[in-house]
Design a protein around this ligand. Structure first.
Ligand code: SER
Length: 885
């Protein structure tokens, strides 16, 4: 069976069991501070499990893109070394939200595997939670045991511990006991030798878990305790790539048709060969270039290109922070393996995107749509990291050259990694090739200390919520009003290194806009009946709630408060948000429909808009864009919106189709004239409110991504006032010239002519000085010597040196000059003397530079130094003789 058919068979099976089939949600999570990436098929549905939101259907099935590269579930370092872990993988899942439970989940999983997919039941083992006697004190899952007993011989039901059979999404969140299904695909011969039972959950490459059925019934709270969920749910996850391995009768995920086309392409590009099958022991022939290292590198690259490509297609570009940094590190890991083990010193991973689009573009159309961007970004990232690697190699060469013992300090290796991104395994390899090693313990200590520092800086510690009112449906009323009477429904204290102690408050309803869609969160205040005020310094979204940040807690939290949004900030932000929509429309109109939004930040003072486009905008294009937006501002277009409409309706109305929405989302469409966008942000009533739109900068952010920064309304007024002030000041300096531009041009021309005249004069002067200088030469130990202060500039002195140098082969000159309160020293030594006497002008000026409190350098035969202490010139000149005596 082809992988595409395997995926659709799974989905069809559950469609027949009355499940609604939904597309994969984007991999990068937006509003969940506890999780960076979707790490399991259930993550996009977390709010349904917790009972904070209601799905339209209580049975769903999908194939979800998952990424296990950070937090509780992190497989990154294993990837490539074994044949069944991945960074990005597809998780096939079926879900019940308060509908069916263990009985159906177990029966259907069995039916699909053994009846539909025809996997021999003799290959299968299942596990059941044995219970725990720790603080959670959980019972054994007898119910699941009994359901399995009806389907499979009892000796194939194994008891599993909490680590394997109690599934938790993260440190907090929904969780419950689970039953895993494992498959043993070893040969009959091996099976006869070792009982499969003993290999379950033992990291054997051919006795692997393929499906996990989680019986969700608890929520893990921040304080570590468990509470019962309001309803019981099913969350199952089957590893798509592993299922393909079993059904295609191969021994490794990498030998399935999910990976082989990519691997073939890597082989073609690198001229290296991949060996089919499972990984072998690395210890034998571990010389850095063994066949197995090549296999590992090829697995790493074929895996990582998927994670990076899908992430970029989901609009998460590599960057230096957060999710972007994780993606950058994955790509760099791939580059490193290519560089070290496949000998690829130029970008090549981007060339795999084509194959990926051909194999997966149908199931995941976002990849097809974004193909060009994905290629460009990967190529640019590869090139830039390869430059870093080159730089690291030069530094490492220097370290090797200057090594005084066989062991390099761990500090040096750490610095190479920390400052230049040069990985330690590569350092190790190169050191070993040169017969050296490094102090690994010292390196690891430094790395650990740095990680600790990072953790402390970023960690936001939060208490559990104190719930005052059980109220799950918080309403946002800030589209229509900026002030409202509210009650606090829950609050908690959070502590971060950066901001210290803060409080987070959730209200029953709120006029405060929570940061989202690029727009900043509202600020404002809460006031009680006695006029006591607590300021809201920011508002952010967490799952389905708006969380208001305050520096203190109101005295009587149970009272009713007046919540007021800072109107000025909100209004200015709205002007910039509306301008962002008009700018987007203008760019697509003027540059073409390849322009897509890639990021946006809407602040009260300015807006920033990132978009896909491949070249710098010309002055004319920028002007056209500004004019386009300003015409729509002058046209006073009214704001029109539709709230809570299904996605399809918005698209039918002409809104741009966007990837990035997930199942269950209804959308809001916002319209100004012909600009229609899906948007949750706040806007002005009429484009006329913007007064004027002005672009203040345009530049590149990444390969194929440009950034425009612009301003509107009051900020534009400030901008013109400031420009006008500068203009008046300049005009004053030009003696109030009637035509200041002309006056400036005249000045520039005059300046050029004066410079030319001065040059000529200096040359004349140098010529006449040279004649005199020759007669001043003295001879010390057979060397013609002169040390003197000259009234010339640096280039004049250089001329004199070379001119005199052409006449002698045993010359040592030290000239000094004083210019604008600064000192210059120039030293010239005939090349013959450099060779015969070991004199070096570079070293000499560096040493003499001390007299003038400066430094310098150059070549052995000519070097200059500059310093801020002209009073030291005499002493420097006197000291010069010393080099010849
Ligand atoms: N959440 C479970 C897992 O990831 C099943 O989907 O294994």
């Amino acid at each position: 069976m082809k992988s595409q058919d395997i995926r659709s068979t799974f989905l069809n099976f559950f469609e027949h069991k009355k499940h609604s089939i939904v597309p994969s949600a984007p991999m990068v999570l937006k509003d969940d501070p506890t999780l960076m990436f979707v790490n399991s098929g259930m993550a996009p549905f977390k709010e349904f499990f917790l009972g904070n939101a209601q799905p339209k259907h209580n049975r769903l099935a999908d194939s979800q893109k998952c990424l296990r590269v950070s937090g509780k579930h992190n497989d990154l370092e294993e990837v490539g070394y074994d044949t069944y872990h991945h960074t990005l993988f597809e998780m096939l899942g079926n879900w019940s939200f308060g509908d069916y439970f263990k009985k159906e989940a177990i029966a259907w999983a069995w039916e699909l595997l053994t009846d539909t997919f025809k996997i021999d039941p003799d290959l299968l083992y299942v596990t059941v939670f044995e219970g725990s006697s720790d603080a959670d004190n959980l019972p054994m899952d007898q119910e699941a045991y009994d359901f399995w007993k009806a389907l499979i011989p009892e000796d194939r039901i194994l008891m599993g511990n909490k680590k394997d059979n109690f599934w938790e999404m993260g440190d907090q969140g929904p969780c419950g006991p689970c039953s895993e299904i494992h498959v043993d695909i070893r040969s009959a011969e091996e099976k006869a030798k070792v009982d499969g039972k003993s290999l379950v959950n033992m990291d054997h490459p051919q006795v692997v878990e393929i499906w996990n059925l989680v019986f969700m019934q608890y929520n893990r709270k921040a304080n570590g305790s468990l509470e019962n969920l309001p309803a019981k749910h099913i969350d199952t996850g089957m590893g798509f790539e592993r299922l393909c391995m079993v059904l295609q009768g191969v021994q490794s995920n990498y030998d399935t048709d999910v990976f082989t086309p990519i691997i073939r392409e890597i082989e073609t590009i690198t001229d290296k060969k991949y060996t089919v099958g499972v990984s072998r022991d690395l210890t034998e022939a571990d010389d850095g270039f063994s066949a197995e290292k090549i296999n590992i590198a090829i697995r790493v690259i074929s895996d990582h290109v998927r994670a990076v490509a899908f992430s970029i297609a989901d609009s998460q570009l590599p960057s230096n922070t957060g999710a972007g940094y994780v993606i950058r590190r994955i790509l760099r890991r791939a580059v490193r393996y290519g560089f070290t083990f496949l000998d690829k010193k130029e970008p090549f991973i981007y060339r795999l995107v084509d194959v990926l689009v051909n194999t997966m573009g149908q199931a995941f159309p976002e990849l097809k749509e974004q193909r060009q961007l994905v290629e460009n970004v990967i190529k640019e990232e590869e090139a830039s990291f390869l430059r870093t690697l080159d730089q690291g190699l030069v530094l490492l060469d220097r370290i090797i050259e200057n090594a005084t013992s066989k062991e390099i300090s761990g500090k040096k290796v750490f610095e190479l990694k920390d400052t230049y991104g040069f990985p330690e395994d590569l350092t190790d390899l190169i050191l070993r090739e040169n017969g050296l090693t490094y102090n690994d313990a010292e390196f690891k200590n430094m790395l650990k200390a740095q990680q600790e520092r990072g953790k402390q800086a970023s960690q936001l510690k939060s208490d559990d919520w104190t719930v005052l009112v059980e109220d799950q449906d918080q309403e946002f009323i800030g589209y229509d009003t900026l002030e409202a009477k509210v009650k606090i429904t829950k609050y908690r204290k959070v502590t971060s290194k950066k901001d210290g102690e803060l409080y987070q408050l959730v209200f029953n309803m709120t006029p405060f806009y929570a940061e989202g869609g690029g727009q900043v969160g509202d600020k404002g205040y809460l006031e009680d009946a006695n006029g006591n005020v607590v300021y809201v310094i920011d508002t952010k979204k967490e799952n389905n709630s708006a969380v208001h940040f305050t520096k203190s807690l109101p005295k009587h939290v149970n009272e009713t408060f007046t919540a007021s949004v800072d109107q000025k900030q909100r209004y200015r932000t709205e002007c910039n948000h509306t301008a962002t929509h008009l700018l987007h429309q203008a760019l697509r109109e003027i540059l073409g429909i390849h322009v897509e939004q890639k990021g946006s930040a809407v602040h009260s003072k300015y807006l920033r808009f990132d978009f896909s486009h491949f070249s710098k905008l010309t002055a004319q294009e920028l002007k056209d864009v500004e004019d386009f937006v300003n015409r729509r501002i002058d046209g006073k277009l009214p704001f029109q919106e539709q709230r809570n409409i299904p996605m399809q309706q918005a698209i039918d109305d002409g809104a741009m189709a966007l990837f990035g929405e997930k199942y269950g989302d209804t959308v809001r469409s916002v319209r100004f004239g012909k600009s229609i966008e899906l948007c949750g942000g706040t806007h002005v009533d009429n484009t006329g409110d913007l007064w004027h739109f002005k672009i203040v900068s345009e530049g590149a952010v990444a390969a194929g991504i440009r950034r425009i920064e612009a301003i509107t309304s009051d900020a534009v007024k400030d901008f013109y006032f400031e420009n006008n002030r500068l203009y008046t000041q300049m005009k004053d300096l030009l003696n109030n010239a009637q035509e200041p531009v002309k006056a400036l041009e005249n000045l520039q021309e005059e300046n050029i002519n004066l410079k030319k005249q001065l040059d000529n004069l200096l040359k004349e002067k140098a010529k006449s000085i040279k004649g005199d200088l020759k007669s001043e030469l003295t001879e010390i130990n057979g060397v013609k010597f002169l040390a003197k202060k000259l009234d010339l500039d640096a280039s004049g002195i250089k001329d004199v040196c070379f001119e005199m140098g052409s006449q002698f082969t045993n010359l040592f000159l030290l000239f000094a000059a004083e210019q604008d309160g600064k000192a210059i020293l120039s030293c010239y030594i005939s090349k013959e003397l450099v060779a015969s006497k070991g004199l070096n002008a570079g070293t000499i000026v560096r040493e003499l530079g001390n007299y003038i409190q400066g430094g310098g350098g150059g070549q052995p035969f000519f070097a200059t130094a500059g310093g801020k202490h002209p009073q030291g010139i005499e002493a420097a000149l006197k000291a010069a003789e010393g080099y010849l005596k």
